[in-house]
Design a protein around this ligand. Structure first.
Ligand SMILES: Nc1ncnc2c1ncn2[C@@H]1O[C@H](COP(=O)(O)OP(=O)(O)OP(=O)(O)O)[C@@H](O)[C@H]1O
Ligand SMILES: [Mg+2]
Length: 276
């Protein structure tokens, strides 16, 4: 696992068969309709996006526009009707285990303690339990979970479970992290602490991140690019490049450009919500 002090070289992952200039993750023309005997729900329509190595990309879109479905497709859990998923220029459509994934529901294993959930990716990689435990504990301390190492998931609040699930994704070794609304169950203050925390970790490690959020300010604070999706069937309405240099200080929230971008995106989202 990488720690904030352990600067990561993306070149580790690039073999001679891979294209060093290719996006870390590329979604090409994904369409998906769910059908049963009574109805067809057209969820995604020709959706394309890309995450370059070390880029932080967010997706914002109305509820039901297929964002979580897109993550299931990226993770190989759902098959698309059309389109492809590529990593470092190689097609991986349908392949499992290629991304560090935090699902919208924390999905912690109920029979494992919080600590054993967090260290699972390291355990699967064959790291000794003692080393994995000390890594897990240091991250848990930074996420405010100290004292709950031996607790079972059902005894924690929704926000605490979400933080544990986030740490489990962080401890996963894959280069690309897909985070599905990682902070949605947190109160405003904890959310803002976790955003700052994620920003600090990310600025040190520069992993490639694709994050779903409904929170425009969060997307602007953390991202290099934001994809705005339409109402269902979800397709990309616009890609917004976020111009602020890093490291990004707290004061950025009051920057006139930040505020006008936030207002513009909110107006676009309101328009889309009304189409639902
Ligand atoms: N396995 C499935 N079978 C049938 N329909 C599904 C399935 N998974 C998702 N859907 C439908 O696809 C649509 C999109 O769902 P999805 O969870 O991807 O939306 P979302 O954009 O993540 O929404 P939210 O912002 O509320 O999390 C919904 O109408 C949902 O009912
Ligand atoms: Mg969702």
């Amino acid at each position: 696992m990488r720690t904030p002090s352990d600067t990561h070289s993306r070149d580790d992952h690039i073999t001679s068969a891979e294209d060093a200039h290719a996006p870390a993750l590329e979604i090409q023309g994904i369409s998906k309709t769910f059908s049963n005997r009574r109805q067809h729900v057209h969820v995604l329509d020709n959706l394309s996006l890309e995450v370059h190595p070390g880029e932080f990309v967010s997706i914002i879109g109305p509820s039901g526009s297929g964002k979580s479905t897109l993550f299931h497709i990226i993770g190989g859990l759902t098959a698309p009707d059309k389109g492809s998923i590529l990593m470092d220029g190689l097609e991986i459509t349908g392949a499992k285990g290629r991304i560090a994934y935090m699902p919208q529901q924390p999905a912690l294993f109920p029979w494992r303690t919080i600590e054993d959930n967090v260290l699972l990716p390291e355990e699967l990689r064959g790291t000794s339990k003692a080393a994995a435990r000390s890594q897990a504990r240091s991250w848990m301390e930074r996420a405010g979970l100290t004292g709950f190492e031996q607790a079972y998931p059902h005894t924690l609040s929704g926000g605490m479970q979400q933080r544990a699930a986030f740490l489990r994704a962080l401890m996963s070794p894959q280069e690309v992290m897909c985070l599905d609304e990682p902070f949605s169950a947190l109160d405003a203050l904890t959310r803002s602490d976790m955003q700052r925390w994620l920003l600090d970790i990310w600025e040190d490690t520069r992993r490639s991140v694709l994050m779903i959020t409904h929170h425009i300010e969060e997307a602007l604070l953390l991202s290099d690019s934001i994809y705005i999706l339409s109402a269902r069937p979800g397709t990309v309405l616009q890609r917004v490049k976020v111009p602020f240099p890093r490291p990004r200080p707290e004061a950025i929230l009051f920057d006139p450009t930040f505020i006008s971008m936030k207002t513009e995106i909110a107006a676009m989202m309101r328009e889309e919500q009304q189409k639902r």
